[in-house]
Design a protein around this ligand. Structure first.
Ligand code: SR1
Length: 350
């Protein structure tokens, strides 16, 4: 074959070479960043437990965007609500030689030893909403106490201090357990608030499974006027049941979390879902990546990071005509960004 190429052939070869050899952005380091981020391509794993639902999708997207901004090679292991699988995925991440692992939810007892193995191998561990009770693990949460207090205070403001309630709960999940502690103390302080029924499941798809339970509970307890459903998937399922039973006029739902789809459901004419307290999950996802990056770079950061939620009511969404999470972020800067785990060398995600 001839070694001589014409101009057109040389141009195509040059283009091919640049696409093959220039390497992905991952190979580029960040100017002025501490090692190993000055070289780029730092491997980090994000190992989840729950993968369904708007919260976890937005959390993952926020983490991905922040990882890209840091030229991190992020390996995502989606959860399937399977503790054995999550353990196995942490093991896989250790074998891959990652520098940090973010553990997103899970069952602490199933994870503690494998997380210790990661720490023993020199891997930094950030835990989001799973209490691993290990002083070497950086814990991230959403200030669940504030979250539950703000939305339950709104429920009391709207309904008074005496009402019959339904409550959606599954024990064993750190955020739900922390919100549950607030629900218990509010009931204790307000004897007129009576929990008539309790339901809840994390079986996917959560809204459909919760709707079936809520339908039975609300049918058996027609005097329930308030439902505390502190996960948006729980609220969505309860709302489905309320609409099936046609009891939307006499019942109000208070929740946690927010997404663009939730905003539409809250703002629907006659919707029983009237308030939620939430952080921006994409901001939380990005924060876990920044925390992991600071830890890998050997820079100081608090062992416990709590991201503050905001209270969101239907009234305010309507008043300011907010239709999306992006519009909410623009209206409430504290919802759109977190001051946690920032450093001059860390580019924030767009
Ligand atoms: C089953 S735990 C569900 C919660 O996890 C996240 O913390 C979200 O806030 C959601 O409410």
């Amino acid at each position: 074959m001839s070694k001589h190429f014409n101009f057109k052939q040389r141009l195509s070869l040059a283009l091919l070479a640049s696409s093959v050899f220039a390497g992905p952005a991952l190979a580029d380091g960040i100017k002025g960043a501490p090692a190993p981020f000055d070289k780029g391509g730092v491997k980090v794993a994000l190992v989840g437990y729950i993968s369904g639902g708007d919260f976890f999708r937005a959390f993952g997207n926020g983490a991905q965007r922040q990882a890209q901004a840091l030229n991190i090679d992020l390996r995502v292991f989606p959860g399937k609500e399977d503790a054995a699988l999550q353990r196995d995925q942490i093991q896989q991440a250790i074998n891959l030689g990652v520098k940090a692992i973010i553990v997103d939810h899970g069952q602490p007892e199933a994870l503690k030893d494998v997380v210790q193995q990661a720490l023993d191998a020199g891997i930094k561990v950030v835990a989001f909403d799973v209490d691993l009770n290990n002083p070497k693990v950086i814990q991230v949460e959403q200030s669940d106490k504030d979250l539950a207090e703000s939305v339950l205070n709104q429920a009391i403001k709207d309904n008074g201090k005496a009402f019959k309630a339904g409550y959606v709960y599954v024990p064993g999940f750190a955020p739900l357990d922390r919100r549950d502690a607030v629900w218990s103390s509010i009931k204790k302080a307000n004897k007129g608030i009576v929990e008539k029924a309790r339901w809840g499941t994390v079986a996917a798809p959560v809204p459909t499974s919760v709707a079936a339970q809520a339908n039975a509970a609300l049918r058996a307890n027609p005097d329930i006027t308030v439902v505390f459903a502190p996960w948006d998937e729980f609220a969505r399922g309860t709302k489905l049941a309320v609409s099936e039973l046609g009891v939307g006029k006499k019942l109000k739902i208070y929740s946690a979390d927010v997404s663009t789809a939730d905003i539409a459901e809250i703002r629907e004419a006659g919707s029983p879902w009237v308030a939620t307290a939430a952080t921006n999950p994409a901001v939380v996802g990005a924060t876990t990546i920044r925390a992991a990056a600071l830890a890998v770079a050997g820079q100081s950061l608090p062992l416990r990071i709590a991201i503050k939620p905001v209270l969101i009511t239907r009234e305010e969404l309507n008043q300011y005509d907010i239709k999306t999470v992006e519009e909410l972020s623009a209206k409430l800067p504290s919802f759109g960004r977190s001051e946690a785990a920032l450093a001059a060398w860390i580019p924030t995600a767009k």
